[in-house]
Design a protein around this ligand. Structure first.
Ligand SMILES: [Zn+2]
Ligand SMILES: [Zn+2]
Length: 256
C-alpha cells in the first residue's frame, strides 16, 4: 500500500511524505527542519527512517530546510539533473541527478516537467505494487500530458495556488501578479479544477489541493471550486471522490 501525507504546504514551505512498505520518501524539504522533525515524530518516524529526499526545484520554499537536515543526517538527495549542482552548492550536500525514472526502495519514481520560473521543476509519480500516487505543484499551465501523467493514480496532490480575482485585486506589485498568473507561475483554483474535470473517469479517488497562497487564496475557495465542478457531474465528495486541502500549519491525514 502506498501512502501520501502532506506535512505542510504553501508559499512558506512544502514537504510531503510518500510511504510504501519500508520506504519513506520526503518530497521537498522547505520550511524548517524543526517542523519536519516534529511531524515525523508525531508519525512515529525517526529521521533515519527517511530513505531519500526528492526535490522538485531549487526555490527556497522547497529546499529551505535541506542544508540543516543534511548537516545531521546524510539522507540520499535526488534532484533534476539540470539543478543538481545548484542544489548541492546551496545545501552543502551530495545530490544524485535525476535523468529519467529511478527507484527508491520499493518505489518507482517517474517525472513530469512542470512549467515554472525555475531552472527546472519536476512533478513526480510514485508507483509500488500496482498502485500510484503523484504530486504536481509549481506549474503555471497544463495540457493533456499532465492529465495523462495523473490518470493512473489513486491519489494525487495538485497545485491550487490562487484565486485569480484575489491576485488581481490584492496588494502585490504588478510584476509579481503577472508572474503568479503567467504560464510559468502557479496553477489557479480554476485551472486545478479544469485538470480534475479531465480526470473524471480516471483512477483518481483522492485529491489533495496543495501549495495554496496565504495571500491570494483560502482553503474554502480552493475546496469549493473543485466541489462545485464535481457536483455538476453528480459526484459527491466523501463518496465518489475525496478532496483534501493541504495546509501550511497543519499536517494532512495520511491518505492510503
Ligand atoms: Zn517555485
Ligand atoms: Zn513553490
Amino acid at each position: 500500500m502506498i501512502k501520501l501525507t502532506s506535512l505542510f504546504s504553501g508559499s512558506k514551505g512544502n514537504c510531503t511524505l510518500i510511504q510504501c512498505q519500508q520506504t519513506n520518501v520526503l518530497l521537498d524539504l522547505g520550511g524548517t527542519c524543526r517542523s519536519v522533525l516534529h511531524n515525523l515524530q508525531e508519525m512515529e518516524l525517526s529521521p533515519t527512517d527517511v530513505s531519500a529526499i526528492v526535490v522538485t526545484h531549487e526555490h527556497s520554499d522547497h529546499i529551505g530546510a535541506l542544508c540543516a537536515w543534511q548537516k545531521k543526517w546524510q539522507t540520499p538527495v535526488f534532484a533534476p539533473k539540470s539543478i543538481a549542482k545548484v542544489v548541492a552548492e546551496r545545501c552543502l550536500c551530495n545530490v544524485l541527478p535525476i535523468d529519467g525514472s529511478f527507484c527508491v526502495g520499493e518505489l518507482l519514481v517517474e517525472t513530469y516537467a512542470c512549467s515554472h520560473d525555475s531552472a527546472c521543476c519536476f512533478g513526480y509519480r510514485f508507483s509500488c505494487g500496482g498502485e500510484a500516487v503523484a504530486s504536481v505543484t509549481d506549474t503555471g499551465c497544463f495540457g493533456q500530458e499532465l492529465v495523462d501523467f495523473l490518470y493512473p493514480c489513486r491519489t494525487i496532490q495538485l497545485e491550487s495556488n490562487h484565486d485569480e480575482n484575489m491576485v488581481l485585486q490584492g496588494p502585490y506589485p504588478a510584476v509579481l501578479k503577472k508572474r503568479i498568473l503567467s504560464a510559468t507561475g502557479h496553477l489557479s483554483n480554476e485551472q486545478a479544477t479544469q485538470v480534475l474535470q479531465k480526470l473524471i473517469g480516471s483512477n483518481v479517488k483522492n485529491v489533495v489541493l496543495a501549495h495554496l497562497s496565504e495571500q491570494n487564496n483560502t482553503a474554502e475557495l480552493a475546496f469549493n471550486t473543485a466541489i462545485k465542478m464535481y457536483s455538476r457531474y453528480n459526484l459527491v465528495e466523501g463518496h465518489h471522490i475525496n478532496v483534501f486541502v493541504a495546509q501550511q500549519n497543519k499536517r494532512s491525514v495520511t491518505i492510503e
